[in-house]
Design a protein around this ligand. Structure first.
Ligand code: NAP
Length: 292
């Protein structure tokens, strides 16, 4: 069984990104990312801190906007409009999920698609579906695809089952893997909470991508011998033996599944680091295009 090291692949992606940043800087341009956080959700605060830190370590310009949970829809839209017009900002990300009174879809629509480094704007979703190379692709599935490619996993002709149909992970993951060309050309099935006999479906797969949001939802019975497993899940479960009182586990029961796999990602240290690395790469791409 091969452990797919997300930290190592993320470091490789960041190395490539750094070279592109250096080239932009030689033209007097610094890529800039704006991250907007509404409310005080601790997990979201941690993600935003991480993004800020990675920007700084790569020498990128980053601005963090922390709005109170009481911020109005209009205030958020005004901020997005300012960031759309700000020439120092090339990527805009509004941390999900916002408080319930905020219409997230309207906020996504307000972001300039050329600065939509999360790839959630309908223009970018459509471009991905149309296999237009100028699409911004959501960072997590993009990171999963890169992990498969770096691990030498052949996707062409492979049976892939993606468990989860969200706009953030499952759907774009399926679109990427079924697209023509390198890292694609797979035969893709999407499963979800209404799928009957999930284990029968997932056991057909050469590659299983788990994006479910339920701790250890996939066990040994879901995976056939020799399959490749990419675990997108990040779930906090109680663990009194740790200082924080909790630990992170994936959507896959790693201990039960790993011995059967030809390759698997751990949690933490698998998909997580790739998401941030791809966000940085997307921001540099936005900067290159906006300043070309
Ligand atoms: P989500 O929007 O809640 O979607 C979960 C999907 O799983 C839904 O399509 C749901 O089906 C399906 N599902 C739920 N229970 C199921 C079951 N018992 N059997 C089969 N399918 C089931 O979640 P998400 O945003 O895609 O995130 C998924 C996981 O990835 C979460 O753990 C999240 O924390 C993690 N994540 C990690 C990263 C990272 O950087 N590593 C980034 C994003 C998300 P229905 O559509 O029928 O409800």
């Amino acid at each position: 069984m091969k452990l797919i090291d997300g930290k190592a692949v993320a470091a490789k992606v960041e190395h490539e990104t750094r070279a592109r940043i250096d080239s932009l800087k030689s033209r007097g341009i610094t890529p800039g990312l704006a991250v907007v956080l509404i409310g005080e959700d601790p997990a979201s605060q941690a993600y935003v801190r991480n993004k800020d830190r990675t920007c700084a370590s790569l020498g990128m310009h980053s601005r963090k906007f922390e709005l109170p949970a009481t911020a109005t829809q209009e205030e958020v839209l005004i901020l997005v409009a300012e960031l759309n017009a700000d020439p120092a900002i090339h990527g805009i990300l509004v941390q999900s999920p916002p408080p319930k009174h905020i219409d997230e879809h309207a906020v996504t629509l307000a972001i300039d698609p050329r600065k939509d480094v999360d790839g959630f704007h309908p223009i970018n979703v459509a471009k991905l579906a149309m296999e237009d190379p100028t699409a911004f692709v959501p960072c997590t599935p993009l990171g999963c695809q890169r992990l498969l490619m770096e691990a030498g996993v052949e996707t062409s002709g492979a049976e892939v089952v993606v468990v989860g149909r969200s706009l953030i992970v499952g759907k774009p993951m399926a679109l990427l893997l079924m697209a023509k060309g390198s890292g694609g050309d797979a035969t893709v099935t999407i499963a979800h909470s209404r799928t009957k006999n999930l284990s029968t479906v997932t056991r057909r797969a050469d590659i299983v991508i788990a994006a479910i949001g339920r701790p250890k939802a996939l066990g040994a019975e879901h995976i056939r011998d020799g399959a490749v497993v990419i675990d997108v899940g990040i779930n906090r479960i109680e663990d009194p033996s740790t200082k924080s009182g909790y630990r992170l586990v994936g959507d896959v029961d790693f201990e039960a599944v790993a011995p059967k796999c030809s390759a698997i990602t751990p949690v933490p240290g698998g998909v997580g680091p790739m998401t941030i690395a791809m966000l940085m790469a997307n921001t540099v791409t936005a900067c290159e295009r906006l300043t070309a």
